[in-house]
Design a protein around this ligand. Structure first.
Ligand SMILES: *Cc1c(COP(=O)(O)O)cnc(C)c1O
Length: 403
């Protein structure tokens, strides 16, 4: 791990290294005194070699840390590792996923700019745009995620940024990222992708043409539900603006959380592989159950975007949503009958979680807003963890029996 600020570059011995090698080693710089496991630097500030060194570092003329709202070696290592895994020039960490979205818009948009957001994004993302960013003159419109013609038609002369989640939560809709990037670029706009559900282990949006990738590190990057964090990755040109906002406004990542995420990244791909294998098995099983009306999972050959998912992602993710026969009461009975699975809206955890989107994550939307997002009262979202799949299936069978 380096104490010097060096703009996110990897050690040259990792040039061309594979995903797993980068996940384990990127951001850790080899030096005679290097530690084997990444160190945590719980320090607010740093000592300068001299008054002249302090002046040079403050002026940005000499490398080195100044203050942990600006840079911290542990946070820096996490940023470098994410940049390497997403194939980005630079990454910038934030205190949460929502802080990453806020930093994205605050640093790249101004009042009077127009932003296009995919219709079925994370509930707080919609609230951030609707309740706050609109108040500062940012114009926002929502577009059905999968419909490229609708995206093309939604542009205005002042459209600056497109923000999408693919696959979407909770209904696993996709957008063709490469095609959407082309549409955005032909009109002078940037494309940002919330890559929370896939992680770079399954999908690398920048390699598909997106400009910026955003993560809630709280989810699969941590992987065990211990800490909050977020990150943006992209070209140095845009990340410089993001860094400027974060240094000034302050929603930076704590070194302790950065260290947890570094450790999380080391096992990311093997965890995702196991999550996806169990999710596919459960989706196939749920699809055959008489109490289940519809299963939403892009790994199912019946999913309308299965071919796109195969092209764009290396696997189909851990989130399986399904509608049961009946309404809200039936969905609640199903959820309450489970004994192993945690009833919580978190996802991206070793522990499988189950939730009722209409009354939790999407509960703040109006009924019309929910209908618009396709969230019905009989919808249940399952985020498959790492328990034995037979035990999860038995638990879901308890839910079905309660219908
Ligand atoms: C959780 C989540 C967020 C917000 O991240 P926080 O770390 O909770 O602030 C944004 N997008 C998606 C898809 C999420 O699942």
């Amino acid at each position: 791990m380096t104490l010097e600020w060096d703009a996110g570059r990897l050690d040259s011995e990792l040039d061309g290294a594979g995903f797993d090698t980068l996940a384990v080693r990127a951001g850790q710089h080899r030096s005679p005194e290097a530690e084997h496991s990444e160190a945590i630097y719980p320090t607010s500030s740093y000592v300068f070699r001299s008054a002249a060194d302090a002046a040079a570092r403050f002026a940005g003329e000499a490398p080195g840390n100044v203050y942990s709202r600006y840079t911290n070696p542990t946070v820096r290592a996490f940023e470098e590792r994410i940049a390497a895994l997403e194939g980005a020039e630079q990454a910038v960490a934030t205190s949460s996923g929502m802080a990453a979205i806020l930093a994205l818009v605050m640093s790249l948009c101004s009042g009077g700019d127009h932003v296009l957001v995919s219709r079925s994004v994370f509930g707080s993302t919609i609230s951030l745009f609707e309740k706050y960013l609109k108040r500062f003159g940012v114009e926002v419109d929502y577009v059905p995620l999968a419909d490229l013609d609708a995206w093309a038609a939604a542009f205005k002369p002042n459209t600056k940024l497109l923000f999408v989640e693919s696959p979407s939560n909770p209904l696993a809709e996709l957008v063709d990222i490469a095609a959407l990037a082309e549409i955005a670029h032909s009109r002078g706009a940037l494309l940002a992708v919330d890559n929370c559900f896939c992680t770079p282990a399954l999908q690398q949006p920048i390699k598909l043409g997106a400009d910026i990738v955003m993560h809630s590190a709280t989810k699969f990057i941590d992987g065990q539900g211990r800490s909050m964090g977020g990150v943006l990755a992209g070209r140095a040109e845009q990340m410089k603006e993001v860094v400027g906002f974060l240094r000034t406004a302050g929603p930076t990542l704590s070194p302790f959380n950065a260290w947890i995420f570094l450790k999380g990244l080391e096992t990311l791909r093997v965890r995702m592989q196991a999550h996806c294998a169990s999710a596919l098995q459960l989706a196939l099983w749920l699809q055959q159950q008489p109490g289940v009306e519809q299963v939403y999972y892009a790994g199912l050959p019946s999913h309308p975007q299965h071919e796109l998912a195969k092209r764009q992602q290396s696997a189909f993710g851990a989130v399986v949503s399904f509608e049961v026969k009946g309404g809200k009461e039936a969905a609640w009975r199903f959820i309450d009958a489970t004994r192993v699975i945690s009833i919580t809206t978190n996802l991206g955890d070793t522990k499988t979680t189950i939730a009722h989107p209409a009354t939790t994550s999407h509960g703040r939307l109006s009924p019309a807003g929910r209908a618009n997002a396709g969230i019905r009262d009989n919808l249940i979202r399952l985020a498959v963890g790492l328990e034995d799949v037979a035990d999860l299936q038995a638990d879901l069978a308890r839910g079905l029996a309660a219908l």
